[in-house]
Design a protein around this ligand. Structure first.
Ligand code: ASP
Length: 347
């Protein structure tokens, strides 16, 4: 049920969605958000309040990183009590990373934080941006009969689907269906009605005040295995001086070469206190580290399973855990359990 007395803060960070075509030159230019309602007149039909705030200058999401995530958390914390929900307009390229990072940085959320964007600028005739924006705004103010937010989570809404943010991956650079959540079903589908799957949405068990986290440590790395990866490359990665954690993108259900030099380099790194997390290169499915001998050996030398976590969620989770000064054991323990619905551990 849309709450007409509600208010949403719409934060524009940059990306394709915020562009319009200059009718004289035909080139794409950044949109002035002060004129949002002139460019998207459909918004005038909403009875709830939409306030806007923009990054100045707007940024391509290739330039997103910890300081921009901290800035977003700061904006949300400052305005948390005043608004019923938040919509973040963001470039699609790194949206899955930002959604994952925010899901860890915003603890005990009881309001929606919906990221969306578009493949075509909002000022283009065939834009997917209007639809994405309008539905994201509706979701941000949708309440249950008791007046509680229906989706108190960090999500991505894109092309009809509401996805848990930390389960998403950008899968298409061309198609309007740019995001997918392979290991967790959509939280809602928007057709004639927005159909929420309440049993899939995370509701905090007890009402705790929201907590806003800012600390992140970027001394982490993603290493994607490929047949023929050389000793020099693996050695160089695991010997980066300030390195604290590595997301090892393995094959299939979590397998890697069982070559002596390879295992030796990784074991040596783990013995020096580097946390190594096994995440599969497959888009769907989970790491079952002991299913094959080539996975079991990784587990024996101390590599931990990332189960069905995405690379985007795994790397931002490591940044968050190390950022909070956790010990190596604490980081490993937290990587092995779900903090905010980012993974399904095996029973
Ligand atoms: N390069 C753009 C960005 O991610 C693409 C987009 O907005 O979809 O910021």
């Amino acid at each position: 049920m849309i709450d007409n007395n509600a208010s949403v803060l719409l934060i524009y960070t940059g990306g394709t969605i915020g562009m319009i075509e200059n009718s004289e030159t035909g080139s794409l230019e950044s949109f002035n958000f002060k004129q949002l309602k002139d460019n998207v007149p459909e918004l005038k039909r909403f009875k709830f309040t939409i306030d806007t705030l923009e990054f100045n200058p707007p940024i391509d999401s290739s330039n997103m990183g910890p300081s921009e995530w901290q800035k977003l958390v700061g904006i949300i914390q400052e305005h948390y009590d005043k608004y019923d929900g938040f919509v973040i307009l963001h470039g699609t390229d790194t949206m899955a990373y930002s959604a994952s990072a925010l899901s860890f940085m915003l603890e005990n959320l009881d309001k929606p934080v919906i990221l969306t964007g578009s493949q075509l600028p909002i000022g283009k005739m065939r834009t997917d941006g209007k639809e994405n924006l309008i539905t994201a705004l509706e979701i941000a103010v949708d309440k249950d009969p008791y007046g509680k937010a229906i989706v108190p989570e960090v999500c991505i809404f894109f092309q009809d689907y509401l996805l848990r943010g930390n389960r998403t991956t950008k899968v298409n650079a061309e198609n309007f269906e740019a995001f997918h959540s392979y290991n967790y079903p959509p939280l809602a589908e928007a057709g004639v009605h927005i159909k929420y799957e309440s049993h899939l949405i995370h509701y905090p068990a007890t009402r705790k005040p929201a907590r806003f986290h800012y600390l992140l440590d970027s001394n982490v790395m993603i290493l994607k295995l490929f047949p023929g990866i050389s000793k020099d490359v693996v050695e160089a990665v695991f010997n980066i001086p300030s390195l604290k954690g590595v997301i090892l993108e393995t094959y299939g259900s979590g397998n890697a070469p069982d070559l002596d030099w390879f295992l030796h380099i990784i074991k040596d790194a783990i013995d020096r206190g580097i946390v190594v997390v096994d995440v599969t290169q497959c888009l769907s499915g989970t790491v079952e580290i002991v299913r094959y001998q080539t996975g079991r050996i990784l587990s024996e030398i101390g590599v931990i399973s990332g189960y069905d976590i995405t690379t985007e969620a795994a790397v931002t989770k490591l940044m968050y855990l190390f950022g909070h000064g956790m010990s190596i054991k604490e980081v490993k323990d937290h990587m092995l359990c779900s903090l905010t619905g980012e993974m399904t551990t095996l029973k």
